[in-house]
Ligand binder design. Structure first.
Ligand code: NAP
Length: 445
């Protein structure tokens, strides 16, 4: 850790004991910021970095609900309103048994920089619950969402805090959450949640946005090195929202996605993942990835194991945090992988990122490469505010423009700060400067 940020990091460790994911996310940003603090002494004097590392507000609440058999369950709800210097808090809700304060804080912290990189007027936050939606009936999901919103609604508002989906929260859950918000407040406040259904205030392309955006970002990285998607073999982990639409756009841009996964294992399909079958299994039937191999003759299912054993030119980890460790990175490098583009939030461990650097693999951090989802959420808010509805083509063109713009900013900032090609530094510094300027301008609040 560079000496100029060491004290800040030590304070974060001391004040947030045991929050390992949060420590990891802060450390990765601080390592990039030494170069900024030596140029901008005002940020040291005004403790701007320290202020950005401390959430503005952290809300933890009880979520009681009853299952279909009448049994009572108690879950824990979270919303961390991290930074609102650039606009209302914005960031998804995650429903997964692994959710705890550390994970929500790491995601909220990342979100602050990501949202800044989009150039749109949105602050950063994140929330969720340790509720496990797997195997739950529709009625149970609805009751849980209603109980969750019965507490959360008082903290939300289109000018205050605007959640969206994340792992375990898709348009079904957003529907139940929005319905309860509307009922309690007696307001049809469309802009209070994004990721809504198309018939009631949602935006075209929001479903596809994160996966499409990551593919657009990868396309920029390829072009920066004089290459294109043509003939590239791609491995995408996960088979949720990000992964499915990552596969779709990779195919449209000329690459071939040959493998994807879920927590039970991975499938390899040398002919290229058949998107219709994948969508049927994952989006319609909410089934397991092994079901894909049961239906597609060219596919094989590997139970457990690591998807990163599958040779590829370009990897897009799109499942969850820390899913790609140092060993997996070494395997990817040995098999000739040349690009890693994070579709998920912090899927690569620090060891993995070190291996990518040493192996000369071009690497894009999630806060830059997966910003397409939140950018399109901001487009959804724009449509809600103007009571308008844009076409798919127009919305996708705006998304593409934002993603190519983020790549350009990261690329140029890395050069300006003496580390050409280092998109980690470029993203951290560009995101920080955008937020820091606003934090500074708004005074000590
Ligand atoms: P999702 O629809 O819930 O899908 C998550 C996928 O990852 C599922 O296929 C899941 O499999 C798999 N997965 C989870 N944990 C895994 C593990 N330990 N090993 C292997 N596979 C695992 O979620 P999502 O919206 O695609 O989000 C994926 C990642 O992208 C998250 O890091 C999220 O924060 C990030 N992200 C999402 C968006 C967005 O707009 N959706 C935007 C920015 C960033 P199972 O079904 O078996 O659990």
């Amino acid at each position: 850790m560079p000496p100029v940020v060491e004290q800040i990091y030590d304070d974060v460790l001391r004040r947030n004991p045991g929050e390992v994911e949060f420590h990891q996310a802060v450390r990765e940003v601080l390592e990039s910021l030494a170069v900024v603090l030596t140029r901008h002494s005002e940020y040291t004097e005004m403790k701007t970095v320290e202020r950005i590392c401390e959430p503005e507000r952290q809300i933890i609440f009880r979520v009681p609900w009853q299952d279909d058999r009448g049994e009572v369950h108690i879950n824990r709800g979270f919303r961390v309103e991290f930074n609102s210097a650039l606009g209302p808090y914005k960031g998804g809700l995650r429903f997964h048994p692994s959710v705890n304060l550390s994970i929500i804080k790491f995601l909220g912290f990342e979100q602050v920089f990501k949202n800044a990189l989009t150039g749109m007027p949105i602050g950063g936050g994140k929330g969720g619950s340790d509720f496990d939606p797997k195997g739950r009936s529709d009625a149970e999901i609805m009751r849980f969402c209603q109980s969750f919103m019965t507490e959360l609604y008082r903290h939300l508002g289109e000018y205050t805090d605007v959640p969206a989906g994340d792992i375990g929260v898709g348009s079904r859950e957003i529907g139940y959450l929005f319905g309860q918000y509307k009922r309690i407040t007696n307001r049809y406040e469309s802009g209070v949640l994004t990721g809504k259904g198309l018939g009631w205030g949602g935006s075209l392309v929001r479903t596809e946005a994160t996966g499409y955006g990551a593919a657009f970002f990868a396309d920029e990285m390829l072009q920066a090195r004089g290459e294109s998607f043509d003939g590239q073999r791609v491995v995408i982990s996960g088979s949720g929202n990000v992964a499915v639409y990552g596969v779709e756009k990779v195919h449209q841009l000329g690459g071939t996605a040959v493998a994807c996964s879920d927590s039970s294992g991975y499938v390899v399909d040398e002919k290229g993942i058949d998107l219709d079958v994948l969508k049927q299994v994952k989006e319609v039937e909410r089934g397991r990835i092994g079901d894909y191999a049961d239906r597609v003759a060219s596919a094989t299912f590997v139970e457990g194991g690591s998807i990163w054993d599958v040779p590829c030119d370009l990897a897009i980890p799109s499942a969850t945090q820390n899913e790609l460790d140092g060993d997996a990175a070494t395997t990817l490098a040995r098999n000739g992988c040349r690009y890693v583009v994070e579709g998920a939030n912090m899927p690569s461990t620090p060891d993995a990122v070190r291996v990518f650097r040493e192996a000369g693999i071009a690497f894009a951090p999630g806060k830059a490469a997966n910003a397409g989802g939140v950018a399109t959420s901001a487009l959804e808010m724009q449509q809600n505010a103007s009571r308008d509805r844009w076409t798919f083509e127009h919305t996708e063109a705006r998304l593409e423009e934002v993603m190519r713009g983020i790549h350009a900013r990261c690329h140029e900032t890395a050069e300006e700060y003496g580390s050409p090609g280092d998109l980690v530094l470029g993203a951290n510094v560009a995101g920080f400067l955008q937020v820091a300027e606003a934090v500074h301008a708004l005074g000590l609040v």
